[in-house]
Write a protein that binds this ligand. Sequence first.
Ligand code: NAD
Ligand code: ZN
Length: 352
Amino acid sequence: MKGYAMLRIGESGWIEKDTPACGPLDAIVKPLAVAICTSDVHTLWEGAIGDRHNMILGHEASGEVVEVGSEVKDFKPGDRVLIPAITPDWNSLEAQAGYSMHSGGMLAGWKFSNFKDGVFSEYFHVNDADGNLAHMPESIDPADACILSDMVPTGFHAVELADVQFGDTVLVIGIGPVGLMSVAGAALRGASRIIAVGTRPVCVEAAKSYGATDFISYKNGPIDEQVMELTGDKGVDRVCVAGGTVETFEPAIKVLKPGGKIGNVNYLGSGDYINIPRVEWGVGMGHKDIRGGLMPGGRLRMEKLASLVESGRLDLHPEVTHLFHGWEHLEEALFLMRDKPVDLIKPVVVID
Ligand code: NAD
Ligand code: ZN
């Protein structure tokens, strides 16, 4: 089969590989649509997960099952499925402890384009098919369904980590495709005010449609000063971090009320330490929680998130700004994600 691979850090291209073998609990799936992720850019051009040779990229897809193992009960060839970017081993001790995304080691629930070949290929392998696949509702378009693989579960996970409550004022730092889903998730959780940090008009428009009430730009001065001014020096109850650097925690702590929580899903690609300002952290006693996590994967989460789309409470359309048809456009879509033109949120390639 053909797959689009990372050949080494900074180099990519189409390669030929054997079709993956299907174990008794597994499925082999062919993609109906694939989406490019910022993480593919980090992996390929920044060496974020270290060097990889001839590893097929991609972890966001919707697909059709072509083969299932002898022990798989709920899926059969021909089924159209949602596939989470994180596919834990559900019988692992980490999963039993409630942290399935770390099954097999820290962050090891992330298998596609990390520990095994990803989804940018004619066929890909899904471990623990009954635990990780979900049936794709008919009303959901396969292109939109890719957004359910990673953007929705990750953006929503920031909201879960920040533990957003009814009536909260929530700051969302970074409104790329992940942060936009944090805005949507905070709104669904009952936030009264959502302050979004971002400037690109396409993102600002999408954030408005998802429920953001106020906007600031990190390019217009320190985030904390702008947030304190907007809130009459009160600060915010919760912060979702979906963009920025190790420096971003400093303003987040500064604007957080005592008892507040920060939910980070941003990948911190450089710097050895996170900066926590001592005084604003209540000299160690401020009850300001900092949490960070890899998105939870698995079937139940996929089914629940898809039900929000089915019921009309979550619209995925604003996320997909660039739609391509055919594998021949995959590279173009990937390079687009690297170069981030101003009108881009997410490129999706439909495999016709
Ligand atoms: P993105 O690059 O499209 O969006 C990040 C946004 O943050 C951009 O709009 C950028 O302008 C903005 N930004 C940059 N510096 C900033 C700053 N100092 N302050 C405020 N905003 C700033 O990326 P994305 O696809 O939306 O993903 C967001 C992050 O989530 C990435 O780091 C990605 O690797 C990570 N991620 C994590 C998980 C997970 O499971 N935790 C899953 C997928 C992606
Ligand atoms: Zn992704």
